[in-house]
Design a protein around this ligand. Structure first.
Ligand code: GRF
Length: 241
């Protein structure tokens, strides 16, 4: 915890509230890790936004996949010159794999004081140890309006349920599946003629805007998390310069 953070925290919050309310002020440069398992189109949207300068104060430090054949790995290294690593076969789930993951993250400066992690189609559930270590520093994008339709095939779940509107959610990762505090959501219409693929494609286009936007807000450093509620304070580091 930086001294700046400590002072800010003490003034704003009495100690008995400290566990329930936190205002996140991050260090100027954040090291970003993106975790993928497949095509990596959300990863690409984030890396493009960083390259174009839409997202500032973030260094894309490492892209990690649990699948060596993930198309996103090639995009990260060839199009964006970002280091990549495929981390497979360290046990199917849990702390054994995640210990190795943490080791790589730390090597690239993605730590609990200067790191941020974006899950972008990463098909593993992170262990509670990792989630606790990087508390409110891991984000995920989900192709539905949470808390509706968590888990796999969210678009199919939405269609089967008969909703008229769906969308996507960027949330912080907690110990549940798609249950963490919500940072941003955006809607898309659902049409009677929709198939799972058509709806997924419509949502994906919006995901590519929403995830970079969420990361950009996070990087400005003024996010207040109160219980489940995430507020964006409109006096970010850049605004106060
Ligand atoms: C996206 O639909 C995302 O919402 C979900 O997994 C998919 C990943 O797609 N978590 P991509 O690899 O980013 O193209």
């Amino acid at each position: 915890m930086t001294p700046h953070f400590k002072i800010y925290f003490k003034i704003l919050f009495p100690s008995h509230l400290a566990l329930r309310i936190s205002t996140i002020k991050y260090t100027p440069l954040l090291n970003l890790a993106i975790l993928i398992s497949g095509r990596g189109s959300n990863m690409e949207a984030i890396l493009s936004a960083i390259k174009q300068g839409t997202i500032k104060n973030i260094i894309p430090s490492i892209v990690i996949s649990d699948k060596p054949a993930a198309a996103g790995l090639k995009i990260a290294s060839e199009k964006f010159c970002v280091p990549t690593n495929s981390l497979t076969n360290y046990g199917s789930r849990g702390w054994e794999y995640d210990q190795k993951l943490v080791q790589i993250l730390e090597e690239y400066g993605v730590n609990k004081s200067a790191g941020v992690i974006c899950l972008a189609g990463f098909m593993r559930v992170l262990s509670r140890e990792v989630v606790r270590k990087y508390k409110m520093r891991i984000m995920n994008i989900h192709p539905a309006l949470l808390p509706s339709f968590p888990g796999l095939r969210a678009q199919k779940q939405a269609l089967d349920y008969g909703v008229k509107v769906s969308g996507c959610t960027v949330h912080f990762v907690d110990e549940g599946i798609d249950t963490g505090p919500i940072l941003l959501q955006r809607t898309v219409p659902v049409f009677e003629s929709d198939t799972e693929e058509l709806l997924a494609e419509r949502i994906l286009q919006v995901e590519h805007e929403l995830y970079p936007e969420a990361l950009g807000l996070f990087s400005k450093g003024n996010i207040r998390i109160e219980g489940r509620k995430v507020s964006i304070l409109h006096c970010g580091r850049e605004d106060t310069k």
